[in-house]
Write a protein of this length. Structure first.
Lengths: 330, 324
């Protein structure tokens, strides 16, 4: 009897060991939630694609409060998840702490750099993608006034704003760029009322195209643009379908590709730690053109944007990165 | 000069839009607190009302049904509040905080379960919402100097709920100061034992106050979700219930002063939106955090220097225990 129990226990232990060896990836979403139609949803699409291609399942967690972040990572690591992928810059502190506790496990973080030997940091050159939609905005604007609505006032969002302004000025040196930030606390990511009000304020000043990089606040901006018959530009995911006809384009940030690649790399055994920078050259950022906005983008606009894209990739145009020196040379 | 006038008009219009949910919530808080029940759950009731309105508008396509649903849900939550702290004499602040937490959690959970969009609801088309109304003569009067644009751009062009909110202020004032019910409601907030001695039910009066507060919070939620926006989004009230509470205290629990406090907060919000990125002579660009702190700084200054002592209803926060 006793022997049987021991063998059963060892079989169980082996089963656990086996499941740990063929580990499944885990995704910890940021506070926006996995169906935010934007940043987190892109991560969700990436891991769903991994699931479809590899046949593996995955674990996931949606963070509701800051206190949950560390617990979520630790729990995922304890369950044997590999890699553990943190979505969003606010996960950095928690991920760093847990990554130190599990040095033999792989971690990845989007939008932030965590300098540890078992962490892959994936950052995007948002300024390059924003440059292209800035060009689109300036060319589509009839009043030569374009606007930007940011979420929380942080350097990352300033990077969007700065790239956008550079692109707008590149396409039309006379264009005026109005920038607004929604707030200075995380509540600024979820305040569509304030977003709509910021957009209306800009429309009143003559702005007729607004780029919103503001999470849930952005949906207020897009709605205000629709109500006023003006144009808006989406962010992170392709948001053109939200309001066809008034969504000029979207600045794509391929979080889905980053998540997919990171999970696949662990599965295939070619995972690498360190910082990965995804720009236009790597197709990590871009602009969206589909059936929902085809009528808003003229052939001339498309040609100029694509030419600028090629120039940026070739290094002929250098888009200044706000986060390099905390200033925007305009 | 023309630019400045246009900017003033747009700021004033934005002030009214931004102040609407504050006015509704402040009147709600006033009715509840004048009866002696602290209402810190304005935020939660407004959020739940907003969610109910957005869901029903999306499912039935009718803004009227949406309004009814929002009123119902907000009143139900206020009944929970009443049950906890009038019937069972629980702590009113704790119950209010609980309502805020319930609303914040339930809306996201139900929204995810029903629509799978991270807690937000489907976008609504204009016929499912309370759209801006254009008052008669707005277009015709536009060419009249000063008054024309003022009427067309500031007075006209708001949703039905905004006009209702403004109309509610004299109504609440009349109810409180010119009716028998109002006298009793105020009395029950000051000296419930006296009201009880006079043979009037303290419990019934307080329940009425709390339920009226629920109705107005439901209106505020409806305004946020289907008039000002076109969908519910998690935590979309973003602290407006607490600002309204502050405005009510600012106005010393009286309708007109509370109304003006709401307008002041709305105005500061509207100005802070338009001040961003503006270069002031001699100072340069004002930093965003400073502009956004402006309403709060002004509140502290005004409270400390000009408003004087705020006198709360004397029995506020104390459950009434009938002497045996």
């Amino acid at each position: 009897m006793n022997r049987m129990m021991i063998s059963a226990a060892s079989a169980l232990a082996m089963a656990v060991a086996v499941s740990a060896a063929s580990a499944e990836p885990a995704v910890v979403y940021d506070a926006g939630g996995k169906f935010d139609k934007s940043f987190n949803e892109a991560a969700y699409n990436g891991i769903e694609k991994y699931k479809a291609d590899s046949g593996d399942s995955y674990a996931e967690f949606e963070v509701q409060t800051d206190a949950q972040r560390e617990q979520a990572f630790r729990r995922m690591a304890q369950r044997g998840a590999d890699p553990v992928i943190g979505i969003g810059f606010s996960q950095a502190t928690a991920l760093e702490k847990v990554a130190k506790e599990f040095p033999d496990r792989h971690f990845a973080i989007i939008d932030m750099v965590v300098d540890l030997p078992n962490v892959q940091s994936i950052v995007f050159k948002e300024h390059e993608g924003s440059f292209l939609v800035g060009m689109a905005a300036a060319m589509a604007s009839k009043s030569a006034k374009v606007g930007f609505v940011g979420g929380m006032d942080i350097p990352l969002i300033r990077r969007f704003a700065c790239g956008y302004a550079q692109g707008a000025k590149y396409a039309d040196p006379d264009v005026a760029v109005t920038e607004n930030m929604t707030g200075t606390t995380p509540a600024a990511w979820n305040d569509p009322t304030k977003g709509a009000e910021l957009a209306r304020g800009q429309f009143d000043q003559g702005v007729d195209v607004i780029f919103a990089a503001a999470g849930g606040t952005g949906s207020g901006v897009y709605q205000a643009a629709k109500d006023a018959g003006k144009l808006a530009i989406g962010v992170d995911s392709n948001q053109n379908h939200l309001h066809p006809g008034t969504m000029l384009t979207s600045m794509l940030k391929r979080v889905d590709v980053a998540v997919y690649d990171s999970a696949m790399a662990v599965k295939n055994g070619n995972w690498q730690a360190g910082v990965t920078e995804l720009g236009l050259a790597q197709d990590g950022v871009g602009w969206a053109l589909d059936e929902h906005n085809a009528s808003l983008i003229s052939d001339d606009m498309k040609a100029r944007i694509e030419a600028a894209k090629a120039d940026i990739i070739a290094g002929k145009i250098v888009v200044h990165d706000y986060m390099a020196d905390s200033s925007c040379p305009l | 000069m023309d630019d400045l006038f246009a900017l003033t008009l747009s700021t004033l219009a934005a002030t009214i839009r931004l102040a609407t949910p504050l006015i509704l919530c402040a009147m709600a808080g006033l009715l509840s607190e004048r009866s002696g029940v602290i209402d810190i759950g304005l935020e939660g009731k407004m959020l739940a009302g907003a969610f109910a309105a957005a869901v029903v508008a999306a499912v039935t396509g009718s803004a009227a049904f949406a309004l009814l649903a929002a009123l119902l849900v907000a009143v139900l939550l206020s009944l929970v509040h009443g049950f906890a702290c009038i019937t069972h004499r629980g702590d009113q602040v704790v119950s209010g905080v609980a309502i805020n937490i319930i609303a914040a959690g339930m809306t996201v959970v139900l929204g995810n379960a029903w629509f799978g969009r991270g807690g937000s609801t489907p976008d609504l088309s204009p016929d499912q919402r309370f759209m801006p109304l254009h008052l008669p003569g707005a277009a015709a009067l536009r060419d009249v100097p000063v008054i024309g644009p003022l009427y067309a751009d500031v007075v006209s062009g708001h949703s039905l709920l905004t006009y209702l909110a403004v109309l509610l202020v004299p109504l609440v004032w009349f109810l409180l100061y010119r009716t028998r019910f109002g006298l009793r409601l105020r009395a029950v907030g000051e000296a419930p034992a006296v009201v009880d001695t006079a043979g009037i039910s303290v419990v019934r009066l307080r329940y009425t106050g709390v339920m009226l507060a629920g109705l107005l919070c439901g209106l505020a939620g409806t305004f946020l979700a289907i008039a000002q926006n076109a969908a519910f989004q998690r935590e979309m009230t973003a602290g407006r219930g607490f600002i309204a509470l502050a405005a009510m205290i600012f106005g010393k629990w009286r309708p007109w002063p509370a109304f003006f406090a709401c307008l002041l907060f709305g105005f500061l919000d509207a100005v802070s939106i338009r001040l961003q990125g503006v270069v002031l002579p001699g100072i340069g660009t004002v930093p965003v955090p400073l502009i956004q702190a402006l309403p709060y700084i002004l509140t502290v200054v005004l409270l400390a220097g000009f408003i004087g002592k705020a006198m709360a209803p004397r029995a506020l926060g104390t459950p009434y225990v009938k002497e045996r």
